[in-house]
Structure formats: structure tokens, C-alpha cells
Design a protein around this ligand. Structure first.
Ligand SMILES: Cc1ncc(C[n+]2csc(CCOP(=O)(O)OP(=O)(O)O)c2C)c(N)n1
Length: 272
């Protein structure tokens, strides 16, 4: 990938904005935003056909769609959308403030957000519905959806996993942020979802496993998924809190804002 270093730098930049945004709001979910930001950055910078200026672009209906099923990871998608020019970066300062653009969980007032999310377990069903409508309209756009691994404990996810192959929705790519932690402990101990790859294969998905922090692996898996004959599930092995040493693999950082001191330390580690 000729612009690998540039994408890595954008990932670093977006990580800094996640920390600043949550620190400024004194509220939010850093762990799962940091685990998924490499995936979201590659998706929006390199893979998706997307147009920040939808109104000005006559082909906007052909844009690829994204659904953040794990809606609490909002600081991650907001940082990525701001960098991509969907709204001014200044708006990140409005995160979680009353009546502001950037609410705690994504909603459709926000440019780049297709559906409201936050109640876990619904995003894949929403993505399936969008994908089916696109197919009926003979629209070639692709739908990407990001789910948490703890989220997969919701039964509705499995109805949706059953549905996509049945309907031949090869225009759906489900990315699972497999960071092994949920709100208060390890996913495997709270309710084991293993063997995840075999379960998804049995549900007739094209299953791919990647290192969710390796930019080239992310890019290849996402691009290949656009050409698959089956819906693709990408199990992305990640580290919750990735990039900030004291947040990594700590479920205590699932939904906690960094203090002034934590924020300064995190930004220093991220090379800000
Ligand atoms: C239906 C529903 N139940 C509970 C919650 C509260 N909640 C928010 S995040 C979370 C844990 C999610 O874990 P995971 O999907 O692994 O997310 P990640 O570790 O990637 O942040 C829970 C239970 C919710 N948002 N929706």
C-alpha cells in the first residue's frame, strides 16, 4: 500500500481526537473507540465510496453505507468523520453536550450517520435491511457494519446472521471488533461466543480473521469482502484501549473519561 504511512498517521491523529473529545465531555467510551479506530479509518479513508458533500454530488445514492452497531464507540466514528470532512472538527467539542450535533450515541442529524444506534444488537438487522433495499433498487453500493464481540451475546444478532445469507446479501460486510472485553469483564467468561469463526461459517458466511490493527490486513479484508459471493464476516482481533498503555486491555476504561492528567499522558504517548 503506497500510502500506508499516511493512513497510520491519520489513525494516530484520530486516536488523539478520541482522547480529547471524551476528555472535553468528561464522559464517553474510550476503550472500544480506540480498539476500532484503525478499522474505521481504513474504511472511510480508503475503502468506502463516500461523499462528505452528499447534497453536491449527483451520485450520492451510490455511496457505500456504514452502520456503527456498537453505538457507544461514537467518539471513534465522530473523529473519523470529522477528519474526512463530514463536519468541522470544531464540532468534536460539542460531544455529549445538550442540544449539540454530536450526541453520546450516533443519530441521523449527523452527516455520515445513516441510522441511529446505541441499543446493542440491532445494527446487523439494520444493515441487512439497507442491503436488501439496495439490491432491489439495483444499486451497487455496499453496506459495512461494525459490531462488538460482547454485543454478539444479544440474540437478535444471530437472527440477523441467519438472515443475510438466506437473502443472498453479499453486499453486507460485518466487522466484529474482537477485543475480548465487554463492559465489566471478559467476553469469554461472561458468556462465551467461541468458536466464533465456526459458528459464522455454519451460518453460511464468508469468514475472515485479521489483526484489527494491521492497516494492510484491514484494507485487504475489506476490499475482498466487496467481491465475495457470500456476506462476509471479518473477525478483527483487537486490543481494547489500543495505543494508550494504561488503557490497553483494561475494561475499567470501557466507559470512563480520562482526567486532565490521564489526557496529557495519553496524548504524550500518542506523540501529540
Ligand atoms: C441492548 C443494550 N444493552 C446494554 C447496553 C449497555 N452497554 C453499552 S456498551 C456494553 C458492552 C458492549 O461490549 P462490546 O460489544 O464488546 O463493546 P466494546 O468492548 O467493543 O466497547 C453494554 C452492555 C446497551 N448499549 N444496549
Amino acid at each position: 500500500m503506497e500510502d500506508l504511512e499516511k493512513i497510520k498517521e491519520i489513525c494516530r491523529y484520530n486516536r488523539c481526537n478520541i482522547i480529547k473529545t471524551i476528555h472535553n465531555a468528561n464522559s464517553g467510551h474510550p476503550g472500544g473507540a480506540l480498539s476500532s479506530v484503525d478499522i474505521l479509518t481504513v474504511l472511510f479513508e480508503k475503502v468506502m465510496l463516500n461523499f462528505p458533500d452528499w447534497d453536491k454530488n449527483p451520485d450520492f445514492e451510490k455511496r457505500d453505507r456504514f452502520v456503527l452497531s456498537k453505538g457507544h464507540g461514537s467518539a471513534g466514528i465522530y473523529s473519523v468523520l470529522a477528519k474526512r470532512g463530514y463536519f468541522p472538527e470544531e464540532e468534536l467539542k460539542s460531544f455529549r453536550k445538550i442540544n449539540s450535533l454530536l450526541q453520546g450515541h450516533p443519530n441521523t442529524h449527523i452527516p455520515g450517520i445513516e441510522v441511529p444506534t446505541g441499543s446493542l444488537g440491532q445494527g446487523l438487522s439494520l444493515a441487512n435491511g439497507i442491503a436488501l433495499a439496495l439490491k432491489l433498487d439495483k444499486n451497487p453500493a455496499h453496506v459495512f457494519v461494525l459490531l462488538g464481540d460482547g454485543e454478539l451475546q444479544e440474540g437478535s444478532c444471530w437472527e440477523a446472521f441467519m438472515h443475510a445469507p438466506h437473502r443472498g446479501l453479499n453486499n453486507v460486510t460485518a466487522i466484529i471488533d474482537r477485543n475480548n472485553l465487554q463492559i465489566d469483564g471478559s467476553v469469554d467468561k461472561i458468556k462465551d461466543i467461541n468458536p466464533l469463526n465456526k459458528k459464522l461459517e455454519a451460518f453460511n458466511w464468508n469468514v475472515v480473521e485479521i489483526d484489527g490493527h494491521n492497516i494492510e490486513e484491514i484494507y485487504e479484508a475489506l476490499m475482498n469482502s466487496k467481491k465475495s459471493e457470500k456476506p462476509t464476516a471479518i473477525i478483527a482481533h483487537t486490543i481494547k484501549g489500543k495505543g494508550v498503555s494504561f488503557m490497553e486491555n483494561q475494561c475499567g476504561w470501557h466507559g470512563k473519561a480520562p482526567s486532565d492528567e490521564d489526557c496529557a499522558k495519553a496524548l504524550q504517548e500518542l506523540g501529540e
